[in-house]
Design a protein around this ligand. Structure first.
Ligand SMILES: [Zn+2]
Length: 440
Protein backbone atom coordinates (compact mmCIF):
# COMPACT_ATOMS: atom_id res chain seq x y z
CA UNK A 1 0.00 0.00 0.00
CA UNK A 2 1.47 3.31 -1.09
CA UNK A 3 1.81 5.88 1.61
CA UNK A 4 0.80 8.70 -0.75
CA UNK A 5 -2.89 9.43 -0.40
CA UNK A 6 -4.75 7.63 -3.20
CA UNK A 7 -6.77 10.82 -3.59
CA UNK A 8 -3.82 12.45 -5.38
CA UNK A 9 -3.67 10.17 -8.45
CA UNK A 10 -7.48 10.17 -8.53
CA UNK A 11 -7.70 13.96 -8.55
CA UNK A 12 -4.84 14.20 -11.05
CA UNK A 13 -6.90 12.10 -13.46
CA UNK A 14 -10.12 13.98 -12.73
CA UNK A 15 -8.70 17.39 -13.59
CA UNK A 16 -7.24 16.14 -16.85
CA UNK A 17 -3.49 16.21 -16.08
CA UNK A 18 -1.97 13.78 -18.56
CA UNK A 19 -0.86 10.41 -17.21
CA UNK A 20 2.75 10.45 -16.06
CA UNK A 21 2.65 14.17 -15.28
CA UNK A 22 2.69 15.28 -11.67
CA UNK A 23 -0.15 17.22 -10.11
CA UNK A 24 0.73 20.78 -9.16
CA UNK A 25 -1.11 23.26 -6.95
CA UNK A 26 -1.21 25.70 -9.86
CA UNK A 27 -2.94 23.18 -12.16
CA UNK A 28 -5.40 22.21 -9.44
CA UNK A 29 -6.27 25.78 -8.54
CA UNK A 30 -6.70 26.71 -12.19
CA UNK A 31 -9.15 23.81 -12.52
CA UNK A 32 -11.00 24.83 -9.35
CA UNK A 33 -11.36 28.45 -10.42
CA UNK A 34 -12.68 27.45 -13.85
CA UNK A 35 -15.19 25.04 -12.26
CA UNK A 36 -16.18 27.65 -9.72
CA UNK A 37 -16.97 30.10 -12.52
CA UNK A 38 -19.05 27.46 -14.31
CA UNK A 39 -20.89 26.65 -11.07
CA UNK A 40 -21.75 30.29 -10.42
CA UNK A 41 -22.96 30.70 -13.98
CA UNK A 42 -24.98 27.45 -13.76
CA UNK A 43 -26.72 28.22 -10.44
CA UNK A 44 -27.58 31.74 -11.55
CA UNK A 45 -29.30 30.31 -14.60
CA UNK A 46 -31.10 27.41 -12.91
CA UNK A 47 -31.63 27.97 -9.17
CA UNK A 48 -34.22 30.59 -8.13
CA UNK A 49 -32.40 31.02 -4.82
CA UNK A 50 -29.07 31.88 -6.41
CA UNK A 51 -30.68 33.98 -9.16
CA UNK A 52 -31.65 36.28 -6.34
CA UNK A 53 -28.75 35.80 -3.93
CA UNK A 54 -26.07 36.24 -6.59
CA UNK A 55 -27.78 38.96 -8.63
CA UNK A 56 -25.05 41.40 -9.63
CA UNK A 57 -22.21 38.89 -9.09
CA UNK A 58 -20.28 37.75 -12.17
CA UNK A 59 -18.49 34.38 -12.10
CA UNK A 60 -15.34 35.08 -10.04
CA UNK A 61 -12.08 35.45 -11.94
CA UNK A 62 -9.94 35.19 -8.78
CA UNK A 63 -10.12 33.93 -5.18
CA UNK A 64 -10.29 37.58 -4.05
CA UNK A 65 -13.43 38.04 -6.10
CA UNK A 66 -14.93 34.92 -4.58
CA UNK A 67 -14.26 36.22 -1.06
CA UNK A 68 -16.72 39.05 -1.74
CA UNK A 69 -19.52 36.57 -2.54
CA UNK A 70 -22.34 36.12 -0.02
CA UNK A 71 -22.52 32.91 2.03
CA UNK A 72 -25.20 30.26 1.92
CA UNK A 73 -26.37 29.15 5.38
CA UNK A 74 -28.11 26.05 6.72
CA UNK A 75 -31.16 28.22 7.46
CA UNK A 76 -31.32 29.23 3.78
CA UNK A 77 -31.60 25.51 3.02
CA UNK A 78 -34.19 24.95 5.75
CA UNK A 79 -36.38 27.71 4.40
CA UNK A 80 -36.86 26.33 0.94
CA UNK A 81 -34.78 23.55 -0.48
CA UNK A 82 -36.69 23.57 -3.77
CA UNK A 83 -35.41 27.08 -4.51
CA UNK A 84 -31.91 25.60 -4.69
CA UNK A 85 -32.74 22.99 -7.30
CA UNK A 86 -31.08 23.37 -10.70
CA UNK A 87 -32.92 20.43 -12.27
CA UNK A 88 -36.51 19.21 -12.29
CA UNK A 89 -37.68 17.01 -9.41
CA UNK A 90 -37.97 14.16 -11.89
CA UNK A 91 -34.19 14.19 -12.25
CA UNK A 92 -33.63 13.87 -8.49
CA UNK A 93 -32.60 10.37 -7.53
CA UNK A 94 -32.25 10.77 -3.78
CA UNK A 95 -33.31 13.28 -1.12
CA UNK A 96 -31.63 13.18 2.28
CA UNK A 97 -33.59 14.77 5.13
CA UNK A 98 -31.49 16.05 8.01
CA UNK A 99 -33.11 16.69 11.38
CA UNK A 100 -31.30 19.20 13.51
CA UNK A 101 -30.33 18.06 16.99
CA UNK A 102 -32.61 18.98 19.87
CA UNK A 103 -34.25 21.92 18.14
CA UNK A 104 -37.61 22.63 16.60
CA UNK A 105 -35.98 24.03 13.43
CA UNK A 106 -37.37 22.52 10.23
CA UNK A 107 -35.24 19.76 8.68
CA UNK A 108 -32.85 20.39 5.80
CA UNK A 109 -33.38 18.48 2.58
CA UNK A 110 -30.46 17.82 0.27
CA UNK A 111 -31.19 16.62 -3.26
CA UNK A 112 -28.94 14.53 -5.50
CA UNK A 113 -29.16 13.48 -9.14
CA UNK A 114 -27.84 10.07 -10.25
CA UNK A 115 -24.70 11.85 -11.52
CA UNK A 116 -24.24 13.52 -8.12
CA UNK A 117 -24.42 10.13 -6.38
CA UNK A 118 -21.92 8.75 -8.87
CA UNK A 119 -19.43 11.43 -7.75
CA UNK A 120 -19.77 10.16 -4.18
CA UNK A 121 -19.33 6.50 -5.17
CA UNK A 122 -16.21 7.51 -7.08
CA UNK A 123 -14.84 9.32 -4.01
CA UNK A 124 -15.58 6.32 -1.76
CA UNK A 125 -13.89 4.02 -4.29
CA UNK A 126 -10.66 5.99 -4.27
CA UNK A 127 -10.75 7.20 -0.67
CA UNK A 128 -11.20 3.69 0.73
CA UNK A 129 -8.03 2.59 -1.07
CA UNK A 130 -6.31 4.31 1.87
CA UNK A 131 -7.58 1.55 4.17
CA UNK A 132 -8.27 -1.60 2.23
CA UNK A 133 -6.86 -3.71 -0.58
CA UNK A 134 -8.63 -5.86 -3.17
CA UNK A 135 -9.79 -9.12 -1.63
CA UNK A 136 -10.41 -7.68 1.84
CA UNK A 137 -13.77 -7.44 3.58
CA UNK A 138 -15.40 -4.41 5.19
CA UNK A 139 -18.21 -4.28 7.74
CA UNK A 140 -20.23 -1.08 7.24
CA UNK A 141 -21.76 -0.04 10.57
CA UNK A 142 -23.81 2.73 8.96
CA UNK A 143 -27.32 2.89 7.56
CA UNK A 144 -27.51 1.42 4.09
CA UNK A 145 -30.92 -0.05 3.38
CA UNK A 146 -32.02 2.77 1.08
CA UNK A 147 -30.55 3.07 -2.40
CA UNK A 148 -28.34 6.16 -2.37
CA UNK A 149 -27.79 6.00 1.41
CA UNK A 150 -24.25 6.29 2.74
CA UNK A 151 -23.90 2.53 3.29
CA UNK A 152 -25.23 1.73 -0.17
CA UNK A 153 -22.88 4.19 -1.91
CA UNK A 154 -19.93 2.98 0.13
CA UNK A 155 -20.65 -0.64 -0.79
CA UNK A 156 -20.75 0.33 -4.48
CA UNK A 157 -17.47 2.22 -4.20
CA UNK A 158 -15.78 -0.69 -2.42
CA UNK A 159 -16.99 -3.16 -5.06
CA UNK A 160 -15.11 -1.12 -7.69
CA UNK A 161 -12.02 -1.53 -5.59
CA UNK A 162 -12.47 -5.31 -5.51
CA UNK A 163 -13.39 -5.20 -1.83
CA UNK A 164 -16.37 -7.11 -0.43
CA UNK A 165 -18.57 -5.41 2.12
CA UNK A 166 -21.51 -6.14 4.37
CA UNK A 167 -23.97 -3.38 5.24
CA UNK A 168 -24.70 -4.03 8.89
CA UNK A 169 -26.31 -0.75 9.94
CA UNK A 170 -25.75 0.92 13.30
CA UNK A 171 -24.73 -1.40 16.14
CA UNK A 172 -27.82 -2.40 18.17
CA UNK A 173 -26.52 -5.62 19.68
CA UNK A 174 -22.76 -5.58 20.24
CA UNK A 175 -22.49 -9.33 20.73
CA UNK A 176 -24.15 -10.06 17.43
CA UNK A 177 -21.94 -7.51 15.64
CA UNK A 178 -18.80 -8.99 17.19
CA UNK A 179 -19.88 -12.47 16.12
CA UNK A 180 -20.35 -11.18 12.56
CA UNK A 181 -16.82 -9.71 12.58
CA UNK A 182 -15.38 -13.06 13.58
CA UNK A 183 -17.48 -15.42 11.46
CA UNK A 184 -17.40 -13.23 8.35
CA UNK A 185 -13.64 -12.66 8.71
CA UNK A 186 -13.94 -8.88 8.51
CA UNK A 187 -10.71 -6.92 7.88
CA UNK A 188 -11.93 -3.34 8.19
CA UNK A 189 -14.65 -1.52 10.12
CA UNK A 190 -16.44 1.66 9.10
CA UNK A 191 -18.65 3.34 11.67
CA UNK A 192 -19.38 6.01 14.24
CA UNK A 193 -16.43 6.55 16.59
CA UNK A 194 -18.33 5.85 19.83
CA UNK A 195 -19.96 2.73 18.42
CA UNK A 196 -16.58 1.34 17.39
CA UNK A 197 -15.22 2.02 20.85
CA UNK A 198 -18.12 0.33 22.64
CA UNK A 199 -17.67 -2.71 20.42
CA UNK A 200 -13.96 -2.94 21.27
CA UNK A 201 -14.60 -2.58 25.01
CA UNK A 202 -17.43 -5.11 25.11
CA UNK A 203 -16.46 -8.28 27.05
CA UNK A 204 -17.23 -10.40 23.97
CA UNK A 205 -14.58 -8.49 22.01
CA UNK A 206 -12.26 -11.20 23.36
CA UNK A 207 -13.82 -13.40 20.67
CA UNK A 208 -12.01 -11.42 18.00
CA UNK A 209 -8.57 -12.66 17.04
CA UNK A 210 -5.73 -10.19 17.76
CA UNK A 211 -4.89 -9.38 14.13
CA UNK A 212 -8.41 -9.67 12.77
CA UNK A 213 -9.09 -5.95 12.24
CA UNK A 214 -6.46 -4.24 10.08
CA UNK A 215 -7.93 -0.79 9.65
CA UNK A 216 -10.78 1.37 10.91
CA UNK A 217 -12.57 4.32 9.34
CA UNK A 218 -14.41 6.66 11.69
CA UNK A 219 -17.09 8.76 10.11
CA UNK A 220 -20.23 10.86 10.61
CA UNK A 221 -19.23 12.35 13.97
CA UNK A 222 -16.31 14.22 15.47
CA UNK A 223 -13.65 11.93 16.83
CA UNK A 224 -11.72 13.64 19.61
CA UNK A 225 -8.03 12.71 19.97
CA UNK A 226 -8.85 10.81 23.20
CA UNK A 227 -11.46 8.78 21.40
CA UNK A 228 -9.14 8.02 18.48
CA UNK A 229 -6.38 6.96 20.88
CA UNK A 230 -8.77 4.74 22.82
CA UNK A 231 -10.01 3.16 19.57
CA UNK A 232 -6.51 2.65 18.29
CA UNK A 233 -5.33 0.87 21.42
CA UNK A 234 -8.54 -1.14 21.84
CA UNK A 235 -8.50 -2.51 18.28
CA UNK A 236 -4.75 -2.41 17.67
CA UNK A 237 -5.36 -1.04 14.20
CA UNK A 238 -4.82 2.33 12.50
CA UNK A 239 -7.81 4.67 12.84
CA UNK A 240 -8.43 6.86 9.81
CA UNK A 241 -10.83 9.76 10.06
CA UNK A 242 -13.29 10.70 7.35
CA UNK A 243 -14.78 14.18 7.20
CA UNK A 244 -17.96 14.88 5.39
CA UNK A 245 -21.51 16.04 5.65
CA UNK A 246 -24.57 15.37 3.56
CA UNK A 247 -24.44 18.85 2.03
CA UNK A 248 -20.91 18.10 0.74
CA UNK A 249 -22.23 15.03 -1.02
CA UNK A 250 -21.76 12.80 2.06
CA UNK A 251 -18.01 12.55 1.60
CA UNK A 252 -15.66 15.51 2.03
CA UNK A 253 -12.17 14.27 2.71
CA UNK A 254 -10.20 11.48 4.29
CA UNK A 255 -6.89 11.12 6.07
CA UNK A 256 -3.99 9.25 4.53
CA UNK A 257 -2.13 6.49 6.38
CA UNK A 258 -0.21 9.13 8.31
CA UNK A 259 -3.46 10.03 10.14
CA UNK A 260 -2.65 13.71 10.50
CA UNK A 261 -5.42 15.67 8.84
CA UNK A 262 -7.80 15.21 5.93
CA UNK A 263 -7.00 15.45 2.25
CA UNK A 264 -10.08 16.85 0.57
CA UNK A 265 -12.00 16.07 -2.62
CA UNK A 266 -10.42 19.12 -4.20
CA UNK A 267 -11.72 18.40 -7.70
CA UNK A 268 -15.31 18.37 -6.37
CA UNK A 269 -15.16 20.90 -3.53
CA UNK A 270 -13.51 24.24 -2.96
CA UNK A 271 -12.99 24.59 0.78
CA UNK A 272 -12.25 27.84 2.62
CA UNK A 273 -11.61 28.60 6.28
CA UNK A 274 -13.19 31.89 7.24
CA UNK A 275 -13.29 34.15 10.26
CA UNK A 276 -16.83 33.46 11.53
CA UNK A 277 -17.29 37.05 12.69
CA UNK A 278 -15.85 39.09 9.81
CA UNK A 279 -16.48 36.49 7.09
CA UNK A 280 -12.95 37.02 5.71
CA UNK A 281 -10.95 34.00 4.52
CA UNK A 282 -8.17 33.15 7.00
CA UNK A 283 -4.56 32.28 6.16
CA UNK A 284 -3.43 28.66 6.55
CA UNK A 285 -2.78 27.74 10.16
CA UNK A 286 -5.59 29.86 11.60
CA UNK A 287 -8.65 28.31 13.16
CA UNK A 288 -12.00 29.29 11.68
CA UNK A 289 -15.22 28.03 10.13
CA UNK A 290 -15.23 25.56 7.24
CA UNK A 291 -17.03 26.93 4.17
CA UNK A 292 -17.30 25.02 0.90
CA UNK A 293 -18.48 25.43 -2.68
CA UNK A 294 -19.43 22.41 -4.78
CA UNK A 295 -17.64 22.34 -8.14
CA UNK A 296 -19.25 19.37 -9.89
CA UNK A 297 -22.77 18.88 -8.50
CA UNK A 298 -25.81 19.28 -10.80
CA UNK A 299 -28.95 18.81 -8.67
CA UNK A 300 -28.34 21.23 -5.82
CA UNK A 301 -24.95 22.95 -6.02
CA UNK A 302 -24.02 25.08 -3.02
CA UNK A 303 -21.93 28.26 -3.13
CA UNK A 304 -19.93 29.24 -0.03
CA UNK A 305 -21.97 27.05 2.32
CA UNK A 306 -21.25 27.68 6.00
CA UNK A 307 -20.82 24.36 7.79
CA UNK A 308 -20.53 25.59 11.38
CA UNK A 309 -17.56 23.22 11.75
CA UNK A 310 -14.34 24.52 13.21
CA UNK A 311 -10.98 23.63 11.63
CA UNK A 312 -7.78 24.98 10.10
CA UNK A 313 -5.58 24.23 7.12
CA UNK A 314 -2.20 22.94 8.19
CA UNK A 315 0.76 24.85 6.77
CA UNK A 316 3.28 22.04 6.78
CA UNK A 317 3.12 19.52 3.92
CA UNK A 318 1.81 16.05 4.78
CA UNK A 319 4.45 13.34 5.35
CA UNK A 320 2.77 11.42 2.51
CA UNK A 321 4.18 14.01 0.11
CA UNK A 322 0.94 15.02 -1.61
CA UNK A 323 0.33 18.47 -3.08
CA UNK A 324 -3.26 18.24 -1.82
CA UNK A 325 -4.06 20.45 1.12
CA UNK A 326 -4.30 19.09 4.60
CA UNK A 327 -7.06 20.11 6.97
CA UNK A 328 -6.72 19.45 10.67
CA UNK A 329 -9.22 17.04 12.21
CA UNK A 330 -12.47 18.85 12.87
CA UNK A 331 -12.93 19.14 16.61
CA UNK A 332 -16.49 20.32 16.82
CA UNK A 333 -19.08 22.79 15.81
CA UNK A 334 -18.82 26.52 16.40
CA UNK A 335 -22.20 26.39 18.15
CA UNK A 336 -21.48 23.14 19.99
CA UNK A 337 -20.59 24.64 23.38
CA UNK A 338 -22.86 25.17 26.34
CA UNK A 339 -22.10 28.08 28.66
CA UNK A 340 -21.51 27.50 32.36
CA UNK A 341 -21.66 30.24 35.01
CA UNK A 342 -19.72 33.41 34.12
CA UNK A 343 -19.98 32.50 30.44
CA UNK A 344 -17.34 29.76 30.59
CA UNK A 345 -17.84 27.42 27.59
CA UNK A 346 -17.93 23.64 27.85
CA UNK A 347 -18.11 21.34 24.85
CA UNK A 348 -18.39 17.65 24.16
CA UNK A 349 -14.79 17.41 22.94
CA UNK A 350 -13.53 18.41 26.40
CA UNK A 351 -15.76 15.82 28.04
CA UNK A 352 -14.56 13.19 25.53
CA UNK A 353 -10.99 14.07 26.39
CA UNK A 354 -11.41 13.18 30.08
CA UNK A 355 -14.07 10.45 29.87
CA UNK A 356 -13.09 8.20 26.95
CA UNK A 357 -9.73 7.20 28.48
CA UNK A 358 -11.78 5.42 31.21
CA UNK A 359 -11.64 1.77 30.17
CA UNK A 360 -15.08 0.78 31.52
CA UNK A 361 -16.85 3.45 29.48
CA UNK A 362 -18.57 2.31 26.28
CA UNK A 363 -20.49 5.50 25.56
CA UNK A 364 -21.95 8.41 27.48
CA UNK A 365 -24.49 11.18 27.24
CA UNK A 366 -24.21 14.57 28.93
CA UNK A 367 -27.24 16.64 29.90
CA UNK A 368 -27.13 20.06 31.51
CA UNK A 369 -30.23 21.37 33.24
CA UNK A 370 -31.21 24.05 35.73
CA UNK A 371 -32.13 23.24 39.33
CA UNK A 372 -32.56 25.65 42.26
CA UNK A 373 -31.01 28.44 40.20
CA UNK A 374 -27.87 26.58 39.41
CA UNK A 375 -26.68 24.27 36.67
CA UNK A 376 -26.69 20.51 37.08
CA UNK A 377 -24.63 18.23 34.87
CA UNK A 378 -25.86 14.66 34.52
CA UNK A 379 -23.77 12.00 32.86
CA UNK A 380 -25.49 8.83 31.69
CA UNK A 381 -23.05 6.06 30.86
CA UNK A 382 -23.14 2.79 29.00
CA UNK A 383 -20.77 0.46 30.76
CA UNK A 384 -19.68 -3.04 31.60
CA UNK A 385 -18.42 -3.80 35.04
CA UNK A 386 -20.58 -3.77 38.11
CA UNK A 387 -19.15 -1.40 40.70
CA UNK A 388 -21.46 1.57 40.15
CA UNK A 389 -20.10 3.52 43.14
CA UNK A 390 -16.56 3.19 41.95
CA UNK A 391 -17.56 4.23 38.41
CA UNK A 392 -19.45 7.22 39.79
CA UNK A 393 -16.40 8.35 41.76
CA UNK A 394 -14.08 7.82 38.79
CA UNK A 395 -16.32 9.80 36.43
CA UNK A 396 -16.67 12.70 38.88
CA UNK A 397 -12.93 12.70 39.45
CA UNK A 398 -12.35 12.83 35.67
CA UNK A 399 -14.87 15.65 35.23
CA UNK A 400 -13.20 17.68 37.98
CA UNK A 401 -9.97 17.52 35.98
CA UNK A 402 -11.55 20.03 33.60
CA UNK A 403 -10.84 23.56 34.89
CA UNK A 404 -14.20 24.87 33.67
CA UNK A 405 -16.10 22.22 35.64
CA UNK A 406 -14.00 22.32 38.79
CA UNK A 407 -14.27 26.14 38.94
CA UNK A 408 -18.05 26.05 38.52
CA UNK A 409 -18.43 23.29 41.14
CA UNK A 410 -16.19 25.12 43.64
CA UNK A 411 -18.13 28.36 43.25
CA UNK A 412 -21.41 26.51 43.80
CA UNK A 413 -22.69 27.31 40.30
CA UNK A 414 -22.68 23.71 39.10
CA UNK A 415 -23.79 20.43 40.68
CA UNK A 416 -22.63 17.07 39.40
CA UNK A 417 -25.50 14.58 39.50
CA UNK A 418 -24.86 10.94 40.34
CA UNK A 419 -23.90 8.99 37.24
CA UNK A 420 -26.66 6.80 35.82
CA UNK A 421 -26.15 3.71 33.70
CA UNK A 422 -28.19 2.73 30.67
CA UNK A 423 -28.09 2.37 26.93
CA UNK A 424 -27.03 5.36 24.81
CA UNK A 425 -28.79 5.50 21.49
CA UNK A 426 -26.59 6.90 18.74
CA UNK A 427 -27.75 8.58 15.57
CA UNK A 428 -25.96 8.43 12.24
CA UNK A 429 -27.11 11.88 11.21
CA UNK A 430 -26.98 13.94 14.39
CA UNK A 431 -23.58 14.73 15.79
CA UNK A 432 -23.06 14.16 19.51
CA UNK A 433 -23.36 17.22 21.70
CA UNK A 434 -24.12 18.24 25.28
CA UNK A 435 -27.91 18.31 25.64
CA UNK A 436 -28.96 21.64 27.13
CA UNK A 437 -32.34 21.58 28.88
CA UNK A 438 -31.99 24.97 30.58
CA UNK A 439 -34.55 27.63 29.77
CA UNK A 440 -33.58 31.20 28.98
ZN1 LIG B 1 -1.12 12.66 3.49
Amino acid sequence: MSKLTPLEPWITGKIGVRAGNALTRAALEKFQLARLGETVDYVKRHSPFYQQRLAGYAPPASWEELSAFPFTTPSDLQENDHQFLCVSLAEIERIVTLQSSGSTAPPKRVHFTAADLELTIDFFHHGMATLVQPGQKVLILMPGEQPGSVGDLLKKGLARLGVTSIIHGLVRDAEETLRTIETQEIDCLVGLPVQLLSLARHPSAALIGPNRIKSILVSADFASPALVNALNSAWGAPVIDHYGMTEMGLGGGVECRHCCGYHLREADLYVEIIDPLSGHPLPDGELGEVVFTTLTRRGMPLVRYRTGDQARFLKEPCPCGTVLRRMERVQGRMAGSVLLAKGVPLNITELDQVLFPLPFLLDYQAVISSRNNRDALAIGIETYGADADQQNRTIHHALMALPSISAAVSSGDLALDPVSAGKCVPSATIKRSIIDLRKE
